[in-house]
Design a protein around this ligand. Structure first.
Ligand SMILES: [Zn+2]
Length: 112
């Protein structure tokens, strides 16, 4: 008997993170395309023989820099909230600073 109501976490491509179409029967797919499979394979092999762990996140220097800058801005914004709170800022003021903080954190999270 087959059960169709089973809710399973949707599989995502192990290289690019895109959602994978349900493969139905058989082994679940790991990659959304042969290109992703190939790149993942190449990365694994380039990584071989170095001290870089297999599960390391590889990113471009540009991206790393963007994330560093973003984190710096985020910290400054967080300090602003803290300063405002310690100086007795109004709830409204704190709310708008927090909104800004959340916006920045979201942007950082989506940074690709
Ligand atoms: Zn992919």
């Amino acid at each position: 008997m087959q059960t169709f109501s089973k809710v399973s976490k949707r599989a995502t491509c192990q290289w690019c993170g895109k959602g994978l179409p349900d493969s139905g029967r058989g082994r679940p797919r790991k990659y959304c395309s042969p290109a992703c499979k190939q790149r993942a394979y190449e990365q694994r092999n380039n990584v071989k023989g170095t001290s870089i762990p297999q599960n390391a996140v590889i990113m471009t220097p540009e991206r790393a820099e963007k994330i560093r800058d973003g984190l710096f801005e985020l910290r400054c914004a967080a300090e602003d909230v803290s300063t405002a709170a310690s100086e007795g800022a109004s709830g409204e003021e704190l709310q708008s600073l927090c909104d800004e903080l959340v916006r920045m954190a979201r942007e950082l999270e989506e940074l690709k």
